[in-house]
Structures are given as structure tokens and as C-alpha cells.
Design a protein around this ligand. Structure first.
Ligand code: GTP
Ligand code: MG
Length: 343
């Protein structure tokens, strides 16, 4: 059963609920009492497992650059979702997973919600429109991540987002996640934004509201705990300690692309063709890769090398550190730039 409660404005604080760790301990104590009997061949341990395990699937939806991937990374304590300071970093949905002893949270990171005009203007893949739609059908809860730092858009939920929310089953709870609150000096203004976002022209069905800074972590542990406590008794979708459904090669490409978005100006990084040229798992488990970055022209190739000259080593080291932590192995990444081959 869900613990979500219908209300207009409420920020959950952790002190009101027993922590998941406490809940798990209580449960274990009860279970020990119940099962403190000699084990017999008739004991059905699969039922014990089903009773104890809980899970919750959560889609995070929002406009491009709202901080969806950053928030998910904070929630699971790993940088598995590529994020950058530029929009359209996430181009296809992916899952990021957190396990506690008893509970699994599966987050679906989605591409930012875009209009049909934006798809055409930026030549975006069809996944920008299909993946958020599909994600909403696969989850128990939807978090609408709203960027309060964007002065033009912070008071409204765009029709594209509202249309997606209207496709939800009535029993799928939605949460309003107000992100980048660190950018708002006068915190009282947040209440004003909430009134608009949950008013007549907004979405009136939010079950709860959280104030967050995904960047510095404010409010993130409250949200994590809320979701853990809301999990349903159910078997897990993933093996314990799985972090993502992305293949290592995919994750490497996405993280390299995100780091190029951070360092290259204007449209340049969007026009690069990034491919895994070589991927090898060595005997000791460490991973060696060559990532080929094809530049659209000789001129851009030279420009990119000039721009990256002093940053390339630092960038590659950061990429390697993130990947080594995610894959729990030493990862060596060689970035190889070349102009597009003329055929
Ligand atoms: N100041 C501030 N910046 C944030 C916060 N959360 C995320 N950011 C920044 O916002 C930028 C975009 O973050 P992402 O996580 O890539 O955003 P996204 O919604 O996944 O973007 P797309 O995948 O392009 O749709 C990055 O530069 C983040 O560091 C926050 O709470 N405060
Ligand atoms: Mg993203």
C-alpha cells in the first residue's frame, strides 16, 4: 500500500517516519521470532523472500536541463546518468538503481520533455518524445522535476508536461520536485511558485511536494527516505547492487558525450559522432577503451583540438574516475579525435 497522502503543499521531514534501516531491523526481529524454529524440508523460503522484499519504480520527468540526471545520481550515490550543463544531455531513457537490505528503488531517467518544433529544430531522435511516454506506463510513481531558477518558466507547467501527466492512471501518484532552490534567495517566493504550479492552470493532483537542490544535495535524503518507505512488497527487478541497465559501453559513450558538452561551445558537441572503437576487459578485470570522436569537418577538428588542448587530460581523468567507480574496476579511456572520413 502506498504511503502517499493527498495534500496541496507539504515538505516531508525525515523525523516523522521510522527510517528504512529501523523498519528493516524491526521486520528482522519479528521474522526471527516467527522463524525461530527448527528448519524443516517443508519450509518455504521463497515466501519469506517475497514478504521481505520491497520495490518502487519512479520516473523522473521534466524539461531539458532541469537537473533530472543530477538528482537521480544523488539519490543512488553514483554518477551513472550522464549529466552536463547543456540541454539534451539525456537522449534515451535509462534506469538507475538503489538497493538497501530490503528495498529496491528503480529510477527512470528520461530525456527532457520537448515540443514537436524543438524535435525538428534540433533534429532530435524519436526517443525524446517516445521515452518519457513509455516510462510513465512502467512506474509506480512519477516525479515532476521543476527548475525554479528559470525565471520565464518557473511559474508554469508546460502543456507538453501536463499532457503527459494526463495519460497517467489515476492511481499513479505524482510528486512535485522543485529543484535548484539554491538559486532562489527569497525562499518565500517558492510558495508563490507552488501556488501557480498546483493551481487551476497547473497540475492539481500532486500527492506531495519537495524542495530540492540536486546539486548540493539539500532535500535529497528526505526524498530518498520517502520513496523507500513507500515501496511495495514485491520481488526486485535487478540483482542486488546493480546500478543501471546501461551496458558499460553505452554508459562510457554517454559520459564522454556529457563531458564534451561541458567543455565545447555552441552546437559543436552536438554534432560529434562518438563511437566505441575498442573495448577490452583485461585478465585482472580492468577495462581498456578507445573512444572515437569523429568531428564533422577538418576545420572543426582543428578548432576542437585547440579548445581542448589544456583540458583534455583533466577531462579524461574525470571520465575515468566516474566510470571506475560505477563499474567497480579500473577503467582506462583513450579519447581519439579525428575529422570525418570522406568516402
Ligand atoms: N544550481 C543548481 N544547479 C543544478 C541543480 N541540479 C542540477 N543542476 C545543474 O543543472 C545542469 C543540468 O543538469 P542535468 O542533470 O544534466 O539536467 P537534466 O534535466 O538531466 O538535463 P537533460 O538530460 O538535458 O534533459 C547541470 O549543470 C547541473 O549541475 C541544482 O539543484 N542547483
Ligand atoms: Mg539528463
Amino acid at each position: 500500500m502506498f504511503l502517499f497522502r493527498r495534500c496541496s503543499i507539504r515538505v516531508i521531514t525525515s523525523s516523522r517516519r521510522s527510517t528504512p534501516v529501523q523498519a528493516a531491523r524491526l521486520y528482522s526481529a519479528e521474522r526471527l521470532e516467527k522463524y525461530d524454529a527448527p528448519v524443516s524440508a517443508d519450509d518455504d523460503f521463497s515466501n519469506v523472500r517475497r514478504e521481505e522484499f520491497k520495490s518502487l519504480r519512479i520516473a523522473i520527468l521534466g524539461l531539458p536541463n532541469a537537473g533530472k540526471s543530477t538528482l537521480i545520481n544523488q539519490l543512488i550515490h553514483h554518477q551513472v546518468c550522464a549529466s552536463s550543463m547543456r540541454k539534451h544531455t539525456t537522449r534515451m531513457a535509462c534506469r538507475a538503481v538503489l538497493h538497501t537490505d530490503t528495498t529496491e528503488l528503480v529510477f527512470v531517467d528520461t530525456p527532457g520533455v520537448v515540443t514537436t518544433q524543438e524535435v525538428k529544430r534540433h533534429n532530435l531522435e524519436s526517443s525524446f518524445q517516445s521515452d518519457p511516454e513509455v516510462a510513465l506506463k512502467q512506474v509506480d510513481v512519477v516525479g515532476v522535476l521543476h527548475d525554479v531558477s528559470r525565471s520565464r518558466l518557473r511559474q508554469e507547467i508546460l502543456p507538453e508536461v501536463l499532457n503527459l501527466l494526463k495519460t497517467l492512471d489515476s492511481d499513479t501518484p505524482t510528486l512535485l520536485l522543485m529543484n535548484k532552490v539554491d538559486q532562489i534567495k527569497n525562499k518565500r517566493r517558492l510558495l508563490e511558485f507552488v501556488n501557480h504550479l498546483t493551481g487551476e492552470n497547473g497540475w492539481q493532483n500532486f500527492a506531495d511536494i519537495f524542495m530540492l537542490s540536486a546539486l548540493n544535495g539539500d532535500g535529497v535524503s528526505d526524498l530518498r527516505e520517502y520513496l523507500l518507505v513507500s515501496a511495495k512488497p514485491r520481488d526486485w527487478d535487478y540483482e542486488k547492487d546493480t546500478l543501471t541497465d546501461q551496458k558499460p559501453e553505452e554508459m562510457i559513450i554517454r559520459i564522454v558525450r556529457a563531458s564534451l558538452l561541458d567543455v565545447l561551445p555552441a552546437e559543436i558537441p552536438y554534432n560529434l559522432n562518438i563511437q566505441m572503437e575498442y573495448y577490452n576487459v583485461c585478465e585482472d578485470g580492468s577495462i581498456n577503451t578507445f573512444v572515437l570522436i569523429e568531428c564533422p569537418s577538418e576545420r572543426l577538428y582543428k578548432l576542437i583540438l585547440r579548445k581542448l588542448k589544456s583540458k583534455l587530460r583533466y577531462m579524461a581523468e574525470k571520465v575515468e574516475q566516474t566510470l571506475s567507480k560505477n563499474l567497480q574496476q579500473t577503467v582506462r579511456v583513450r579519447l581519439v579525435f579525428q575529422p570525418k572520413r570522406v568516402t
